[in-house]
Design a protein. Structure first.
Length: 259
């Protein structure tokens, strides 16, 4: 199985599972990952997702044995990248928070897969490598979009062009990820965070994701209008009523994540 899915109370863990190749991606893995995300989305009990990798790496990007040029010429990457891009689009559009626990090297498409998640934790020994330039490619699966937004133009350019590994600690300092965590604490921290998110106001989180992503292409005026409209949706959820009630009653809220 190239992808493992585990059920936990309120959330699912999806593990990339080709450890002997540092979980390098294949077209089949991309399809399985997309299917796992779609399944989670359609499970009313699933209110958060945790993604990680098996073994010592998170994901070494495209499995290069699958795309090596042959005597017939270079591979057509269109269908392959359309498949991976569907995963990135799904991650961004999922109405659930997605935590990524980067347990080891995240290279090439593997780095940008991690960065497409909502909250990225990484083991302190892990690193992020925009490996593409090492083989004459450009950062893909959203890399050229997300890198400058997370770390600014100068750092994005150097990461893309130099293709040098960035430690988890430096990635956190630069704002590329949320947090670098001691290796032996990574999975406990990631599970605790995902379990906590699974008890939060799920629809509010989904609407916040939508607003944040839309901001990249909006003017301030457009964004103010969008915030007003989405807030009007959020205010109609039972979780808003419960949140306010709990505040006034000085108790912890019991969110359901339901409409
Ligand atoms: O055409 C296209 O490529 C389209 C799509 C592009 C998107 C991309 O992701 S492009 C970028 C592809 N990824 C890379 O270029 C990274 C290649 N890997 C590495 O540079 C290194 O493996 C790492 C820096 C990630 C880790 O180094 P290290 O020393 O910790 O591990 P290793 O010994 O290199 O790798 C362990 C095994 O995994 C090894 O196999 P072996 O020798 O034990 O049988 C290695 O060949 C294999 N492996 C690692 N990365 C890949 C891979 N096998 C296939 N594809 C890989 N990407």
């Amino acid at each position: 199985m190239t992808i493992l899915v585990e059920q936990h109370p309120g959330y699912r863990q999806i593990t990339l599972n080709q450890p002997d190749r540092l979980n390098a991606l294949t077209a089949a893995m991309g399809e399985a990952l997309l299917a796992a995300l779609e399944d989670a989305e359609h499970d009313a009990e699933c209110r958060a997702i945790l993604i990680t990798g098996a073994g010592r790496g998170f994901c070494a990007g495209q499995n290069l044995t699958e795309v090596a040029p042959t005597e017939a010429g270079p591979p057509d990457l269109g269908p392959l990248l359309d498949g991976y891009n569907a995963v990135i689009r799904k991650l961004r559009a999922l109405p659930l928070p997605v935590v990524c626990a980067v347990n080891g090297i995240a290279a090439g498409a593997g780095a940008n897969l991690a960065l497409a998640c909502d909250i990225v934790l990484a083991a302190k020994s892990a690193s992020f490598l925009q490996a593409f330039a090492r083989i004459g490619l450009i950062p893909d699966v959203g890399g050229t979009w997300i890198l400058p937004r997370l770390v600014g133009a100068a750092r994005a350019r150097a990461l893309a062009i130099l293709a040098e590994p960035l430690s988890a600690g430096r990635a956190a300092e630069w704002g590329l990820i949320w947090q670098a965590v001691d290796d032996d604490r990574l999975m406990d921290t990631a599970h605790a965070l995902t379990a906590r998110l699974a008890t939060q106001a799920t629809i509010g989180i989904a609407l916040a994701k939508r607003a944040l992503d839309a901001a990249a292409a909006n003017t301030l005026d457009q964004q103010l209008d969008l915030e007003r409209d989405l807030q009007n949706e959020a205010v109609r959820t039972p979780d808003y009523a419960e949140g306010v009630r709990a505040f006034l009653e000085k108790r912890a809220p019991r969110f359901t994540g339901k409409r």
